[in-house]
Design a protein around this ligand. Sequence first.
Ligand code: MG
Length: 400
Amino acid sequence: MKITEIKTFLMQVGAQPVGSTATPTKDAAFGNSRNWLFIKVMTDEGIYGVGEGSGWPRVIETAVKDLAHIVVGEDPGNIDRLWQKMLTASMGHGMTGTVGGGALTAIEMALWDIKGKALGQPVWNLLGGKFRDSIPVYGHARDTEKADRLIALGYRGIKLPLTGKGDIDRAYAIREHVGPDVDLMLDAHGPSWLTTQDAIEFGQALEGANMLFYEEPVAPENLDALQRVRDNVNIPIAAGERVSNIWGMLPYIERNLVDVIQPDTGRAGGITQMRKMAAMAESHFITMAPHSGSLGPVAEFAALHVMASIPNALMLEKLEFDWEGRDDVITPVPKVVNGGIPIPTAPGLGVDIVEGEIVKYPSRMNVRTDDGVYNEGTHWESVYFQPRRGRASSLRRTRS
Ligand SMILES: [Mg+2]
């Protein structure tokens, strides 16, 4: 079998379809800026594989087209060798970040899909078989009403933000409301990032709320700060959603900075990179809870296969109540049952894209533009390094 062509499918998430006069759906988290990039790797035997790259989709599309030239004509079965070949090609651009990671991820994911289809096996069965028939998932809520909606859909894990006034008190209120059997997590969601001192103070304030993990309490580049939070807060720490290969994840694991790694299945380098990260983490008794943020529904399927096949799978993040078009662009649509998504059983990844739907949502932009971000002279003009003193003071508890 030989690779003949790579097709790309870029789309605007949260948009109204072409021709509609309705107001675009506001994509609250990303200011209507999200794109999804799906690809198809075509072969001379009629089998094709689907993949997704989520680092910066509009840019990744170009990277995928560049890389296509060095994989066309190759046997798609030699997944690891082709990945190394693409990595070597990317290094000349200094591209070990999420753009390069996203491009390698999309193509590598599609190669696994091809292999599974060619062998008549779901990808998890080629990764050593399954540990579980269903992958536990968690959704996002900041109040009891949203938490109730998730629980009604079968969710048993909920992540709360630590970003605004009253969030600490709210975390305790939600814990009381949902009881002890629902897993709760906490995400400090930068930028702007908490200072180390604030991250420790808030973490300690939440030690009594039985949290499954405390995510990115400080800027993820600041490993020494992460170490200080870890040493002073008795809640498991989670990080790693922005890394794009095993070397990016290595310091978190090697230095035991986290209890949970969170590679993003669309930009962590591919299914094999995710498996290697899981193995590195396993050796340090660290679990894995893959990130989903800008991520789309094809990469979510890939995550199910990885999570089915590793011993240290914790939970998969899922964007429930995402844009309503999410379910239209793939088939089949995964559904949460009893707190988890049943693993796919069809050959390959078990998912396909619906091209006729994707073309209705042409890409327009892919950087955040809402809420007056970047406005000169405002907090939002240059937010990354600002210590969050203002936000921090509003976060402090109003009751003890
Ligand atoms: Mg996060």
